[in-house]
Design a protein around this ligand. Structure first.
Ligand code: SF4
Length: 502
């Protein structure tokens, strides 16, 4: 079983990596990286709260339903983050013995409090789930850290080996993302946790693990211990998620990831995994609420502190409310340009899980992660930065990949009519206006004919026709004035009087 589990883990990790690289322009594959986000139970849970009718939630909800039968198999057999953690431990930290064994701790409750806080925030319309969603973390790291490095290594070979350029590269001349180092640090920090205990991230921090833990509390597939057990305690010491109570050989279904190591390790062959009887679903929860029958085992789900649980809910509510103040959406910069197909701002920010899929496929590398341009609520959300790359008229790739529907699918014909923003000319910087120079690069490049020239005092001057401009950013990208371009795209819906035009 252990070998089979490792094969499954390797298969899903390779599939994840393959889909990551295969998700490029033009989309040739019927399935792309969004497949993994569709099976993410956490993304499905959050999307279900926000929009219960969304079709994209079905695969994730199916995983949750299977968890009711098989327990947290997803964590032990499928999740690429879990596989990377196991691989990191095996490669780098196997020899470290911290002397504390692998037993469970009260810290394992943290992920449930985190899940409670996230759920409260989502219910109030903000979704900070992207900080912790494991697929998003891995995909972001691949997009922002690995992809640019690979791109720069492989690009010089693309003349000689065109198949490489088709499968690995994006048509952008070069790939760079703002904030790369931060995303790299986050990933390294998560992997470095393995130095303390195996699957520390899964034990303590992962809200997806917590969600699956809640469902697997009643799972039918359970560990059974026969009478040949000698109470040596090896299984409890070696359990990678600290799921076994050393005192009574029992297992915490909410922590067990069905890795089946214990079955393979047991010297007396006393452990097996079998389908058991259906477990009571609501009774223990009611007892927990009524403060009756509370077990004292530190890691058990039903031993959660009610006070800390309700404090977490309050924390999530406070975060969501803060995100809606002027430090939230209202702080959004006038230069915040969302990708095509984006939902209205508040909905977009709440729905987007910052997976980075749209940024990875942007053919001009113009989509970049926001810092605070979208206010606190918009942290890491995608925005178009025309100075880096414009929105290519015939490309709708980002809109077709969003796994949570934060970007609506838009076909190329409709995409050409999508308004992203509005270009304005700063005449004090424009060399055609203030130096009477022959330029009109913006007019030349605008594929929407939104920039036109008119003779004024015998000199050609550029103007923007607001009825035709969609804010693709091509003019800003090409404008030769530096360091700041003389024609700039502003956020959709900004009042014209707010825009500097002399
Ligand atoms: S706990 Fe989270 S990161 Fe770990 S395996 Fe499960 S879902 Fe993946």
């Amino acid at each position: 079983m252990v070998l089979l589990r490792r094969l499954f883990q390797a298969f899903f990790l390779v599939l994840f990596l393959y889909l990551f690289f295969a998700t490029t322009y033009p989309v040739k594959n019927a399935v792309s990286a969004e497949l993994f986000f569709h099976i993410s139970p956490l993304a499905a849970f959050v999307t279900f709260i926000q929009k219960p009718t969304a079709h994209s939630v079905y695969p994730g909800l199916l995983v949750l339903a299977l968890t009711l039968i098989l327990g947290r198999f997803f964590c032990g057999w499928i999740c690429p983050m879990g596989t990377l953690l196991d691989g990191t431990h095996r490669l780098l930290f196997r020899r470290i013995d911290n002397g504390r064994g692998e037993s469970h701790t009260r810290g394992q409750h943290v992920k449930y409090y985190l899940l409670a806080a996230l759920t409260a925030a989502v219910l109030l319309g903000l979704s900070p789930v992207y900080f912790f969603e494991p697929f998003s973390i891995v995909f972001r790291t691949l997009t922002f850290c690995l992809f640019p490095v690979l791109f720069s290594l492989v690009a010089p070979l693309s003349q000689k080996l065109p198949w490489i350029s088709q499968s690995l590269l994006s048509p952008a001349p070069k790939v760079f993302f703002e904030g790369t180092f931060l995303f790299f640090l986050i990933f390294v920090a998560i992997m470095a946790l393995e130095a303390f205990t195996r699957r520390k991230w899964c034990r303590v921090l992962c809200p997806m693990g917590a969600l699956l833990g809640v469902f697997s509390r009643v799972a039918l597939l359970r560990k059974h211990v026969s009478d040949s057990c000698t109470d040596c305690g090896l299984c409890a010491r070696k359990c990678r998620t600290g799921a076994i109570f050393p005192a009574n050989r029992d297992i915490m279904p909410s922590e067990c990831i069905e890795c089946m190591d214990c079955e393979a390790l047991c010297p007396s062959k006393a452990i097996s995994f079998r389908m058991g009887k259906p477990q009571p679903l609501f009774g223990p929860v009611v007892k927990w609420i009524l403060r009756k029958d509370r077990p004292h085992e530190p890691g058990a789900l039903m031993a959660l502190s009610r006070r800390d649980f309700f404090l977490s809910l309050a924390g999530g509510c406070a975060f969501a409310l803060m995100g809606k103040t002027e430090y939230g959406y209202a702080m959004a910069s006038s230069r915040l340009i969302r990708p095509p197909g984006a939902l209205p701002e508040a909905e977009f920010v709440a729905r987007c899980i910052r997976c980075g899929a749209c940024l990875k496929v942007c053919v001009t590398n113009g989509l970049q992660p926001s810092l605070f341009e979208g206010g606190l609520a918009g942290l890491w959300s995608p925005r178009l930065v025309p100075l880096r790359g414009f929105c290519e008229e015939n490309c709708n790739l980002c809109t077709s990949l969003c796994p949570v529907g934060a970007l609506r699918p838009v076909d190329v014909k409709d995409k050409k009519r999508e308004i992203l923003g509005q270009a304005r000319i700063d005449r004090s910087k424009c060399i055609a206006w203030n130096q009477d120079a022959k330029c009109l690069v913006c007019d030349e490049y605008c594929s929407y004919d939104a920039v036109f020239q008119k003779e004024l005092e015998g000199k050609p001057r550029p103007f923007v026709d607001p009825a035709l401009c969609v804010g693709c950013g091509q003019c800003e990208h090409r404008c030769p004035t530096g360091p700041d371009p003389a024609i700039v795209v502003y956020r959709k819906g900004m009042a014209v009087k707010d825009i500097r035009e002399k």
